[in-house]
Ligand binder design. Sequence first.
Ligand code: ATP
Ligand code: MG
Length: 422
Amino acid sequence: MARKIQAIRGMNDILPDQSSVWLYLEKTVADLVKSYGYQQIRFPIVENTDLFKRGVGETTDIVEKEMYTFEDRNGESLTLRPEGTASCVRAADQAGLLYNQVQRLWYAGPMFRYERPQKGRYRQFHQMGVEAFGIATADIDAELIILTAQLWKKLGLLEHVELQLNTIGLASEREAYKAALVDYLTEYKDKLDEDSQRRLTTNPLRILDSKDESTQEILKAAPTLEDYIGEESQADFDFLQSVLTANGIPYVINRRLVRGLDYYGKTVFEWVTSHLGAQATVCAGGRYDGLAEQLGCKGTPGVGFAMGVERLILLLETLDLIPDSAKFSTDVFIMSVGNDAEVASFVLAEQLRQERKDIVVLRHCGGGSFKNQMKKADRSQARFTLILGQDEVDQGICQVKNMSTGKQQSCLLKDVASLISK
Ligand code: ATP
Ligand code: MG
């Protein structure tokens, strides 16, 4: 027998027993962001490699070691998108949407990163993201964070996630801080972990993120970014905090929060949970006023975030927060014996689907004896089974069997919908 072909490591199938949770989450997000005035944008999964090199940053983990990059038949270097923000800016600019306009956009879809697969970390994973363009003031930062808090509330997650906030200031402020940080850390270079030693010359801010204990120990006495934050950045940060407080959204300030991507400045934030082990961040974002220009697009302030769909679903499952209404279940199973009854069962099924848009009506296909069909009705776990035979057709009725009580009664065809809602 030919060898079976398996899925690629770290790339998952989302099977039928999972997909209803995905639909639930996606719909909840889509409805919520729409109510805040955000419109969906869809962009390709593949882009020119340069978009991510310039957008995400040459010295980030993503570009250094996580991208799926390949040459197409023309010898052009293409990359499977590792994130959505750079593409979103590219697409909006290309369509002329960044010219003195405010845009509130959202996207959803697969992202690709060559990482070590583990719980909550995959090579194809999914993000839902929101980006707002054209607003330089921190009121939009606040709007986005409030929106995420509302989402957690809707999903029942609010008490299980923590908002971490920081401001990483303007580019000039970060440059001054970087110099001070490098000065300090160079003295302890030998004691830093390997990654951090490398980052000392490539991306020193990322050292703040290091999980290495001895590096963290050294960082304790390091200069802090806070001391380099200018008035404008601080005023924005204060304003953001006051809006969050007024809206009853608790947060903690994490001065070490810098985010892994190069494009951020001023506000950065993450929503983290203690329920998912090391893969703790379920949503992350911030302001990126310099990104558009860095990509050769019209300079436009931007702010946004992305949520990890797999991690959110893991969290909902771990906490048993998936509402019954989100789970797939069959409400009505329709079976029929005999030609006339079979034809009539189609009409009945369509009538029910019209009258009750909220229920799942499964019409048995494939014929078979009464007994055989009844077995399938049991297996479907439907709440009701409707039974049609020649007698029923002649009288314009059907038998309605309540599958949990086993009680059966006959019912006029036109009354079935109201009977099964009881
Ligand atoms: P991490 O620190 O976990 O690697 P990140 O900083 O690389 O995260 P972002 O690029 O900010 O993550 O992406 C936003 C969100 O997307 C993350 O908070 C996370 O929920 C999710 N995410 C990122 N990488 C993966 C992955 N490989 N598999 C599943 N989800 C992911
Ligand atoms: Mg990462």
